[in-house]
Design a protein around this ligand. Sequence first.
Ligand SMILES: Nc1ncnc2c1ncn2[C@@H]1O[C@H](COP(=O)(O)OP(=O)(O)O)[C@@H](O)[C@H]1O
Ligand SMILES: [Mg+2]
Length: 492
Amino acid sequence: MTEDRVHASVLVTPAGERRGRRRARRAAADAVAARSLAQTRAAARTTHAADLAARRATRYLPAAGEPGPAALRTPGRLRLPQHQDTSATWAGAYPFLAEGGLGADGVFIGQDHNSGSAFVYDPWVLYQRGLITAPNMVIAGIVGAGKSALAKSLCTRSIPFGRRVYVPGDPKGEHTAVARAVGGIAIELGHGTTNRLNPLDEGPRPTGLDDEQWRTQVAARRRDLVGALTETVLERRLTPLEHTALDVALTDTVAAATVPILPMVVDRLLTPDDTTLTEDGRLAGHALRRLVAGDLAGMFDGPSTVRFDPTAPMITLDLSAVAENTTALSLLMTCASAWMESALLDPDGGQRWVLYDEAWRLMAHPALLRRMDAHWRLARHYGIANVLVFHKLSDLDNVGDHGSTARALASSLLANAETRVIYRQETDQLGPTATTLGLTRTERGLLSELGRGQALWRIRDRSFLVTHQMVPDELALFGTDARLGQELRKFP
Ligand SMILES: Nc1ncnc2c1ncn2[C@@H]1O[C@H](COP(=O)(O)OP(=O)(O)O)[C@@H](O)[C@H]1O
Ligand SMILES: [Mg+2]
């Protein structure tokens, strides 16, 4: 047997290996390991170089950015060309940032949140400057949002500028204190007061009318009024027969009496001289009788005890004593507005605010709506700015049946009001309001967040976010309640 042995594994080292062989074996093992490492490295290097080459060969974005709409996707620095434009164009791009403002002429309202500056408003000034085509205004918002407070500030702050204020019917009686504070007249109507207004009064005669024109105007006004009152009680339009009966009764009354009053008209309707009209006017007569002998007696059925003083800075009719019943209220408003109308419709009467607070109560009555609509259309001619205060724009949609005249009248009231002041709205109202006014998504989002006294003013297509600011005296005088206890929210 030789000294050499066969080894099945390197783990088993020969027992008597010579040093020389051991060294040679270790060196051979090291050489194998080194060769293997070199091969792995070389392979990794080749793969890396191939990756790099592939990456270099692929084009993701052109160095100068892509042409066309994707131009902003550039690996390099973003550079934009300078752009200059008119504020009208910018107002379209950034509706809340680039509003040029309405100028400084007008009544101070408060702070404009977008510009931080003072917000002033005066419908006559805006009308003269061609920014609006009619000076009418609607104010909408939830209870306690500050709608009445704004209307009161707007009116009272206008008085020093020579404007006068008429409130043809105040169902809550909240304008009484305001009228008295500015040296105006508040006429309280209702049971328990001795005040009477005769809606058939001729009223002050406008300058520039001859006798014949004046007679025709007064006759037309009286006919309209008596017709509207009858329609409100009957809850339908007059028939041609009733029309004639009313007309004859009115003409006879006016011919016979120096001061015609409603009871005379009712008498003549129920017992006309021409007995063929007895049947025709019977229903109308009984309808009108409500104002004379029914629950509304004692307010509009005698000669006026108060004279309309067109020079007073503010006149309000306080209907709070009779405000529970909407039909009654609407009749009173109709009489009251007719009584005021004679003075209102004087083109030389100066610039006047006519304020319909809590107007949603009046919307249910087409006859009253028709009168209001007529006033709104004539607003420019007579120098009147009408203000309609209600809760939500959909109040106007709830008037009458779909497609009815009343609905059309209500929509035309809104269409004729180019200033819409929207206070906080209930969530379910956001959609309809935004659609009606064409609000942007941002504006719509704001509507449910507005705090007390904050409103979105839409003047034609322009928008302003305004906080109405009040001085302590106003707060004390205009305060209606502390029901909500809501604090003013700060906008950043
Ligand atoms: N801009 C305002 N700043 C502080 N208080 C206000 C403001 N606007 C209204 N208020 C207060 O909020 C209360 C309710 O306002 P009001 O105008 O009667 O609400 P609305 O008519 O919308 O129901 C009032 O007491 C009023 O003093
Ligand atoms: Mg109110």
